[in-house]
Design a protein around this ligand. Structure first.
Ligand code: AHM
Ligand code: MG
Length: 333
């Protein structure tokens, strides 16, 4: 059995993994994201025994029913990052406005945009869940950040990460120097390096999408899905369908095994479902740094200029050849 003995903090404190614009404050931020993961992992493990399943009765800024666990996860993130000395602003899929964490006389370097609980329809059925984080920098001047400072393109992210709450809890981080996965040892309370330099195969044999939406898709999108199901041993078709209802879990599988996740535009919903700043951008950074691609169908996700905090975007993400092929079909809609 391999000995996993390098912790997240030790790993990012080593000089050859140091992040440009990072240093000790960046490692502190990663360990605060890790703390969110430990707290949520503990809460999720006991969720079926406590009164935390189901909806809270509220709707969020996206007009979606808020689950009790959505609220708990959001509050956990806000509390941890508000107390962090290195964070100056927070924006969440669950909050209409950002939280500005002002510290008199000192400006913290990082802003964090997050989806506190991804795949929240899975909460009540004990299926995988995730949390997604995008980290951008705020120029160290005396001015506290405003809403517009959070509207940075995906290419401007310093780092991105996700927590996956599956049979084990994992923390996967992309910093500009590769993608690395850490697995939480709950006994030790430490994330240990388990997947160094993750790379995605150039083509896979699985697709992840909610095909219940088939009739709502443009013709080119329908033709792509029909194509995936046609027999062709040379390219591994028909592909297998694997859809969990949790973007993080589906993208994690694809990162390891190859393939493509799609939440495409619909004729009446051209902007798709997923959020650019909290979901698409951070996952696009991770998948691109692992050698894959992320696209709206016509454009690289990381090049989309955000106009609004809660902006949605169609998403095709995964193995390079699969995303390119899907784009070619979508172009002929
Ligand atoms: P959420 O962040 O509110 O949970 O929404 C995002 C989720 C993704 O995790 C998942 O891939 C998708 O929405 C599922 O949507 P649908 O139920 O329409 O298939
Ligand atoms: Mg989500």
């Amino acid at each position: 059995m391999a000995l996993h003995s390098l912790t997240l903090e030790q790993y990012f404190n080593r000089s050859h993994t140091a992040v440009p614009g990072g240093g000790p404050p960046f490692t502190t931020l990663l360990s605060h994201v890790g703390l969110v993961g430990k707290l949520l992992s503990r809460d999720l493990r006991l969720a079926g025994l406590l009164d935390v399943l189901g909806t809270s009765g509220d709707t969020n800024v996206q007009d979606e029913a808020v689950k009790k666990l959505d609220q708990i996860a959001n509050e956990t993130c806000v509390q941890v990052f508000q107390r962090s000395d290195v964070v100056c602003a927070l924006a969440s899929e669950e909050m209409e406005k950002p939280v500005i964490v002002s510290k008199p006389g000192r400006q913290a370097p990082y802003m964090v945009l997050f989806d506190p609980l991804d795949g929240s329809s899975n909460t009540d059925v004990n299926m995988p869940l995730g949390s997604i984080f995008s980290i951008v920098t705020h120029q160290p001047d005396d001015r506290p950040p405003g809403d517009r400072d959070l509207l940075q393109k995906g290419t401007d992210q310093l780092a991105a990460g996700y927590l996956l709450f599956g049979p084990s809890t994992m923390f996967v981080v992309a910093t500009g120097k590769g993608v690395h996965g850490f697995t939480l040892d709950p006994g030790l309370g430490e994330y240990l390096l388990s997947h160094e330099n993750m790379t995605i195969p150039t083509r896979g044999r699985i697709y992840a999408a909610n095909e219940g939406n088939y009739q709502k898709w443009p013709e080119g999108t329908k033709r792509y899905f029909d194509h995936l199901k046609m027999d062709d041993k040379g390219t591994g078709r028909p592909y297998s369908g694997r859809y969990s209802g949790c973007l993080v879990a589906d993208v994690h599988r694809i990162l390891l095994n190859g393939g493509i996740y799609l939440y495409p535009a619909e004729a009446k919903k051209p902007e798709g479902k997923l959020r650019l700043l909290y979901e698409a951008n951070p996952l696009a950074l991770i998948v691109e740094q692992a050698g894959g691609l992320a696209s709206t169908g016509t454009k690289r996700i990381l090049d989309v200029q955000p106009e609004r905090l809660h902006q949605r975007v169609p998403l095709l993400i995964g193995s390079r050849d699969d995303v390119r092929e899907a784009e070619a079909f979508f172009a002929k809609s």
